[in-house]
Design a protein around this ligand. Structure first.
Ligand SMILES: *[C@@H]1O[C@H](CO)[C@@H](O)[C@H](O)[C@H]1NC(C)=O
Ligand SMILES: *[C@@H]1O[C@H](CO)[C@@H](O)[C@H](O)[C@H]1NC(C)=O
Ligand SMILES: *[C@@H]1O[C@H](CO)[C@@H](O)[C@H](O)[C@H]1NC(C)=O
Length: 432
């Protein structure tokens, strides 16, 4: 792991924590929209996603979104099941405020103003802008009258590319108060009763499938997965939140210690927009304890590494021998789903991991020294850092954020055929 990837591992961690700090504090708006029935569009419809690879690691996935009935422009959006707003750079947003320079990469406000605005704190950053309503199309499916935020400020967000964020969570957590694009497709009758789902195949640089990433709307791409689909019920509309029964090391033969396993039961948001897995602190510690030779790199309680209004009580990353044959799984519906060993590693650990924490003011120099003594002398015995981070945050129940580290191995289907009983489906990914 070089300094650069160490830096953005921490960045990914901070973004994920910031994003979920309002977990217990969600607006409970919404939403009986009445529909005029029309003929459903031809589905499923797919489009290729681009895997943004940084230092050999898959950071995020984005693809084209067309916006505007009068002057249609194509934006590149990060498709994010962990949020529900569509954020697009607006005409007044300057590079100093985190937007691209070129005017043709910005929305021109030629739609209808919704008459209100949105302001959201995302971990290290903040986005603000006025709400607009216009036609939005993805993979050839168009929803007129879709609301979004025309940004005038987009600070602290990794911008380049993608320049836009398409939230694919439920309307209940839309900060703009406007239904997300996919729910507009449903509400406007573009999808029939059995196709109210979208699906992701996320490729992987480490197995050379980064060019095979794909988003499918209105169904699933049956060529992109193998075997049966396990349907995991959503526990609460908002995020795509399901129950995580726990985490396991070695296919259930070595279970986590009982207490840690019990503690590792929690809800988890299935989040295409988060790079790594964020686990409750106790679960992350339990995993570290169960991988032979692994070393938890934990920080003491009560740190003031606050993000937005959240206070990080504890966080941890795990270093493990790169040549381990331990496998780590997440358990859903009582069944283990393995994290591909290629995805478990976030790269080889060197002393530079310490840098990322100091740059955020979290690691003390004492801990840095300890780290160096642990790792720098171990020539011929490389350690890798796991792409599972532990965190507990003030005021927030223990929870998981199940990001791309998991989703690269498991084709994911986000189904709301029955709005009262949505589910996330997982099947073995085989991106084509
Ligand atoms: C951005 O728009 C919001 C909402 O209209 C406004 O309150 C804020 O002052 C604007 N900020 C900038 C930097 O233009
Ligand atoms: C903004 O206005 C739209 C249209 O009137 C409304 O549906 C939405 O809830 C409003 N958003 C907020 C945050 O008030
Ligand atoms: C893991 O367990 C499952 C079910 O018990 C079994 O089919 C599979 O072969 C096991 N895998 C390994 C690597 O042991």
């Amino acid at each position: 792991m070089n300094l650069f990837s160490a830096l953005w591992l921490c960045f990914a961690l901070l973004v994920a924590i910031g994003k979920y700090q309002h977990e217990l504090d969600l607006p409970t708006c919404l939403t009986g929209v009445s529909l005029s029935k029309r003929q459903p569009d031809s589905v499923p419809a797919s489009e290729d996603l681009t895997d943004l690879v940084q230092s050999g690691q898959d950071e995020l996935y984005y693809g084209p979104v067309l916006v505007g009935a009068k002057t249609s422009k194509t934006f590149t959006c990060d498709f994010d099941t962990g949020s529900s707003d569509l954020d697009i750079p607006g005409p007044d947003c300057t590079p100093a405020n985190g937007c691209p320079e070129a005017q043709n990469l910005k929305y021109d406000n030629s739609g209808t103003s919704a008459g209100n605005s949105t302001s959201v704190t995302y971990g290290p950053g903040m986005v603000t802008g006025d709400n607009y309503i216009d036609t939005v199309c993805v993979a050839g499916l168009c929803a007129p009258n879709t609301g979004f935020v025309s940004l005038n400020m987009s600070s602290g967000i990794d911008q380049n590319p993608p320049t836009c964020l398409m939230g694919m969570g439920f309307p209940e957590i839309a900060q703009s108060g406007l239904p997300p694009f996919f729910n507009n497709l449903i509400n406007q009758g573009h999808l029939d009763d059995n196709s109210k789902e979208f699906s992701f195949c996320l490729g992987r640089a480490a197995s050379n499938t980064q060019g095979k990433s794909k988003l499918t709307l209105g169904g699933r791409d049956t060529n992109s997965f193998k075997g049966e689909v396990t349907e995991v019920p959503v526990t609460k509309r908002g995020y795509w939140k399901v129950q995580v029964d726990g985490m396991r090391v070695n296919n259930g033969t070595i279970l986590l210690p009982t207490i840690a396993e019990a503690l590792s039961k929690a809800d988890g948001a299935i989040d295409t927009g988060t790079t790594i897995i964020l686990a409750p602190y106790a679960a992350a510690q339990g995993i570290a304890a169960a991988i032979p030779g692994a070393i938890p790199i934990a920080l003491p309680l009560g740190l003031t590494g606050g993000v937005g209004n959240a206070m990080i009580l504890a966080n941890a990353v795990t270093a493990y021998p790169c040549n381990t044959d331990a496998t780590v799984s997440m358990v859903f519906n009582g069944k283990p789903f393995e994290i591909n060993p290629l995805d478990l590693s976030f790269g080889q650990l060197t002393g530079s991991i310490g840098q990322c924490f100091t740059s955020n003011g979290i690691f003390s120099s004492t801990i840095l020294k300890l780290l160096s003594s642990l790792f720098d002398g171990k020539k011929g015995f490389p350690y890798c850092v796991a792409s599972i981070a532990g965190a507990s945050i003030t005021g927030v129940q223990p929870f998981y954020v199940v990001g791309d580290t998991f989703l690269k191995n498991w084709y994911s289907i986000f189904n709301q055929d029955n709005p009262a009983a949505p589910y996330v489906g997982f099947a073995e990914a085989n991106c084509q």
